[in-house]
Design a protein. Structure first.
Ligand SMILES: NC(=O)c1ccc[n+]([C@@H]2O[C@H](COP(=O)([O-])OP(=O)(O)OC[C@H]3O[C@@H](n4cnc5c(N)ncnc54)[C@H](O)[C@@H]3O)[C@@H](O)[C@H]2O)c1
Length: 359
């Protein structure tokens, strides 16, 4: 089995020209931070690059250390402009409509971005590479565990498990996942697909949708704590969770390893939770932290029980997900380094500070 330390990974990216799409989002911004730390030359591309946007990348020191480019990945002309005359060594393609509820509300837009965004990128790189004879950049696609659909009684999914794509988000991401593999087979395109589980950590500003930041917004927003919400169809849900630093490490590892090209990898999780149990952990962790500041509010946080909302029938939610991460461990040595408890402590601390500063 291969093992690489964090400094080995940093060394792999030193001086490299790296493009991150969706760079102002949760995963993209953390990845840019790691790449800047590794002294890569980073191009941070996103459709929304506003300086007042909530994003880790707008942290002063980080924004000034990357080349910020506005791009619409759903537009082939915009993608052509992005890649023309910019010879990248590695590309991390993260831009997406990443919220299943939003994909169900605007399915065509979600497909145009989540599927065609990747196709635009691969096709423009293939054509420009053909014209100039330049080496093609490695492309890492951030895919999802949702491509497998439900576990259907199996303990976990490995990379050979059947693919389903049940909802709009899931199907659009699955199509991109398949196209990345097809371009490798047909054109020897150096693409790698990495299927992430639920990633959590500081600076995820999807606080109206994602289960952990949404719960923490409700618990820490003023004036009084509100109970976390759960949709009726999520009561039985089971999901894998991985801390953001580990997700960034996994992406960097597969992007730097030529043996990973043409391959698909599940990413192993730090843990697997039923959603109601996860939310109870979040409430307990938030109350423990609040006790250090305000005993009365901590008691109110602790008294919160989950509020069950009626489900949205357009959102096709998978019941049980769990990934087998054996293949990536074998190929790169990747294993989560941050335990769920440690990651949750850091996350809760961040959001308490973030929401109390906004009050
Ligand atoms: N966060 C997770 O738990 C998770 C799990 C599995 C897979 N993924 C995948 O990882 C990737 C990153 O997820 P995230 O959590 O950072 O999502 P995010 O929503 O925080 O970030 C997505 C970014 O894409 C940008 N974007 C939207 N439309 C665009 C367009 N037309 N052109 C260019 N950029 C556009 C957004 O502005 C945003 O900054 C996504 O591809 C997602 O599907 C995420």
């Amino acid at each position: 089995m291969v093992t690489a330390t964090l400094s080995d990974i940093d060394g792999d990216y030193r001086g490299k020209k790296v493009l991150v799409t969706g760079a102002f989002g949760f995963v993209g911004s953390h990845l840019c931070k790691r790449l800047v730390h590794a002294r890569a030359q980073v191009t941070a591309a996103d459709i929304n690059v506003c300086e007042d946007r909530a994003s880790l990348i707008n942290d002063e020191q980080l924004r000034s250390r990357v080349d910020v480019v506005a791009v619409d990945m759903a537009s082939v002309a915009s993608v052509r402009e992005l890649v023309t005359g910019r010879p990248f060594d590695v590309i991390f393609h993260l831009a997406a409509c990443s919220v299943v509820e939003q994909a169900a509300e605007r399915p065509y837009d979600a497909i145009q971005l989540n599927t065609m965004g990747l196709v635009h990128l691969l096709e423009m790189l293939r054509i420009t590479g053909q014209d100039s004879g330049a080496r093609l950049p490695t492309l890492v696609l951030s895919s999802t565990d949702k491509v497998y659909g439900d576990l259907n009684g199996n303990p976990s999914c490995n990379e050979q498990s059947p693919l389903q794509g049940l909802g709009v988000y899931d199907a659009a991401k699955l199509a991109a996942d398949v196209f990345a593999q097809a371009y490798h087979r047909a054109f020897r395109y150096p693409a790698v697909v990495i299927r992430l589980c639920n990633v959590f950590g500081p600076c995820d500003f999807n606080t109206d949708y994602r289960v952990i930041p949404r719960a923490l917004r409700r618990l820490f927003e003023r004036p009084e704590p509100k109970p976390p919400i759960l949709y009726a169809n999520a009561v039985e849900h089971q999901r894998d969770y991985l801390y953001i630093d580990d997700a960034a490490t996994a992406l960097l590892m597969v992007g730097a390893n030529p043996a990973c090209q043409g391959e698909v990898f599940n990413v192993s999780a730090a843990c697997c939770w039923k959603t109601p149990d996860l939310l109870n952990e979040v409430v307990n962790c938030a109350a423990r932290l609040e006790e250090r500041f305000d005993q009365d509010r901590a008691m109110l946080i602790r008294q919160n029980s989950l509020t069950i909302y009626p489900e949205n029938p357009a959102v096709i939610a998978i019941k049980r997900q769990h990934l087998d991460g054996g293949k990536i461990e074998q190929a790169t040595g990747f294993r989560p380094a941050v335990t769920f408890a440690e990651g949750l402590d850091r996350t809760v601390e961040y959001y308490r500070d973030y929401f109390s500063r906004r009050w």
